[in-house]
Design a protein around this ligand. Structure first.
Ligand SMILES: CC(C)(COP(=O)(O)OP(=O)(O)OC[C@H]1O[C@@H](n2cnc3c(N)ncnc32)[C@H](O)[C@@H]1OP(=O)(O)O)[C@@H](O)C(=O)NCCC(=O)NCCS
Length: 195
């Protein structure tokens, strides 16, 4: 196994894991067999990465998050403290559903706020932003900002995490990066326009 990562002495790393360069794994976290963690990730305290999970590069996971089998996080995903994934829609203690875990795909650059719950089988689009405490029950489009239970879209967020205010021509500018976005048929795209 690559040794160019940091794991606190209380962390447990099982067989068959791949952990990228510069990744940090903090107190009492458990990396389960055959999971793959990219470069420069930060895995906070009391985090579980279940078997076969794949995390991209620069994924930041705050304390008390369990990333279950079936969850895929692309590069630059942020998982807020105590957010909750699920991988079975209709669990029953007496019925073994291990062969039917549902998939949850979290796209590049997406943020999941503190204490949000993601009901399994849904995709979270690139750079989508899930507000604190939201309960996601549907696919979330790229750049969408959703809050509440069930989560509803209240706007759009830039890649830098600012609300996008679209003008009459459906153009918006991120106040931090000055990058320009266009809204077309209820989808947001980053443009190469300079405004
Ligand atoms: C979603 C979020 C980004 C919105 O921030 P914002 O753009 O500054 O929004 P505002 O505070 O202006 O709120 C806009 C409206 O949405 C509501 N709202 C904001 N966040 C909400 C949330 N998480 N759940 C439900 N409603 C929310 C506000 O009450 C307000 O409603 P109103 O228009 O009826 O008054 C922010 O509230 C949030 O949840 N951030 C995540 C923080 C987090 O989890 N960080 C983790 C790392 S520490």
């Amino acid at each position: 196994m690559n040794k160019d990562f940091f794991a606190h002495k209380t962390a447990v790393i099982d067989e068959g894991c791949s952990i990228g360069n510069g990744t940090k794994i903090w107190h009492f976290s458990h990396i389960m067999p055959n999971s793959t963690i990219g470069n420069q990730c930060n895995i906070g305290q009391n985090v579980v990465i279940s078997p076969e999970v794949v995390l991209g590069n620069n994924v930041k996971i705050q304390n008390n998050v369990s990333v279950y089998t079936g969850v895929i996080c692309d590069d630059d995903v942020f998982l807020g403290p105590s957010c909750v994934f699920t991988n079975v829609t209709n669990p029953r203690s007496g019925v073994n559903r291990r062969a039917e875990y549902s998939r949850t795909h979290v796209g590049k650059g997406a943020t999941i706020g503190a204490n949000a719950t993601i009901v399994c089988g849904h995709d979270i689009g690139t750079f989508a932003f899930i507000g604190a405490g939201a309960v996601v029950t549907k696919n979330i489009p790229p750049y969408a900002l959703v809050v509440g239970n069930p989560a509803k879209q209240i706007g759009w967020m830039s890649e830098y995490g600012h609300r996008l205010e679209f003008d009459q021509k459906d153009i918006a500018v991120c106040p931090e990066s000055n990058e320009t976005y266009i809204l077309k048929e209820q989808q947001v795209y980053k443009t190469h326009l300079v405004k």
